[in-house]
Design a binder for this molecule. Structure first.
Ligand SMILES: NC(=O)c1ccc[n+]([C@@H]2O[C@H](COP(=O)([O-])OP(=O)(O)OC[C@H]3O[C@@H](n4cnc5c(N)ncnc54)[C@H](O)[C@@H]3O)[C@@H](O)[C@H]2O)c1
Length: 328
């Protein structure tokens, strides 16, 4: 099986590493001369961390190739993943450039964080093969992927996508209705906006906000999410009591809701300076290694209680064991 990865930045390299380590061949297209270097750095990092996540042997690693043109990349692909910058016009131009070379039945998936598949595919004759598969960074470690169909996406495309994403160890979550920014980025943007206000209004620094998250609710979210956590917060009376107690606060309101802070040069400088003071002593590569080590440790702890992402990783391990038994 071969996956074509179009765009080898942060997300494209992560996808390529995930496919390769689950036994797929990968062909990458990105005209940036720095792309192959970025790809091999991400692959090294993924090899190191993914093998520590599973108590099961991964399939033999697939072959990595780089294509000279986008049509060469997609010609024999069983999966196409577009991960180029978040601009509607350049994404549409890329799809138009490949639609005549697209193999029949091959899903064309976009990593877009915010666009709806119907808008991405508006000019395409192959809209039935197009959908959004929105992953999370680092793609090779975090299991979830939001699967979003457009108005013209064929159900067979969605079914095939779910089958393939499951095969590479992911946890596909089908979004019931296409909306801007799907599920996760809706939630994250609300939080991000509030965090920007807190810095802009001098209520907290970037470091203080991160301390509150990582010593508090961030720890809860990884294992129970939002609703299960709040159910417990309601005590024995559960969610009904929680909503009765905190419901009125929603109307006060505690947040700035959809008020958007203006990213003036002054605010950008302030946030960047605070972030440098907080983390500038570490390179991005060092931060990525620290992040991956912690993610592996957290997911491994969740495996022991078969909860959160640990439950999913246990299921992938069972699949890997079965796969090995089938091959032997
Ligand atoms: N960064 C994240 O955390 C994240 C998470 C989920 C989804 N996404 C989405 O993934 C997509 C890519 O984001 P990213 O953060 O990897 O961006 P990035 O800037 O790191 O990488 C984009 C890559 O695309 C290449 N590129 C540009 N035009 C191209 C073209 N026409 N053909 C082939 N390659 C081309 C660039 O050279 C670059 O390497 C975006 O749609 C973004 O919304 C990002």
């Amino acid at each position: 099986m071969q996956a074509a990865i179009l765009g080898a930045g942060v997300i494209g390299c992560g996808w390529a590493a995930r496919f390769l380590l689950h036994g797929w061949d990968v062909i990458v297209y990105d005209a940036d001369p720095a792309a192959p270097g970025r790809m091999s750095q991400t692959l090294d990092q993924a090899r190191f961390s993914l093998t520590q996540l599973y108590d099961a042997e991964l399939p033999s690693e697939g072959q990595l190739n780089h294509a000279a043109s986008v049509t060469e990349a997609v010609a024999n692909a069983d999966w196409i993943q577009e991960s180029i910058p978040e601009l509607l016009s350049i994404k549409r131009d890329l799809y138009l450039a490949i639609q005549d070379a697209l193999p029949a039945g091959t899903p064309l998936a976009s990593s877009t964080s915010g666009f709806k598949p119907t808008d991405l595919a508006s000019d395409l004759s192959c809209a039935d093969q197009m959908l959004v598969c929105h992953p999370f960074n680092p793609v090779y470690l975090l299991p979830v992927v939001e699967v979003v169909a457009g108005q013209r996406t064929h159900q067979q495309t969605v079914n095939k996508a779910i089958e393939i994403l499951t095969d590479i160890g992911m946890k596909p979550v089908t979004v019931r209705r296409e909306i801007d920014a799907h599920i996760a980025d809706r939630l994250l943007e609300a939080l991000w906006r509030e965090a920007l206000w807190l810095v802009a209004d001098d209520v907290a620094t970037t470091q203080e906000i991160d301390e509150v998250m990582r010593n508090g609710f961030g720890l809860r979210w990884a294992q129970m999410g939002l609703f299960e956590t709040y159910r417990i917060a309601g005590g024995d009376a559960g969610m009904q009591h929680f909503l009765a107690q905190f419901g009125p606060a929603l109307a006060w309101p505690w947040s700035k809701l959809t008020d958007v802070p203006e990213l003036t040069a002054e605010l950008v400088d302030k946030i960047a300076a605070q972030s440098d003071a907080q983390s500038g002593h570490l390179s991005i590569a060092e931060l990525e290694r620290q992040r991956d080590k912690n993610l592996v440790a957290i997911i491994r702890a969740l495996k022991d209680t078969n909860s959160g992402a640990g439950e999913h990783v246990n299921a992938v391990e069972a699949m890997l064991h079965n796969g090995r038994a089938d091959r032997s």
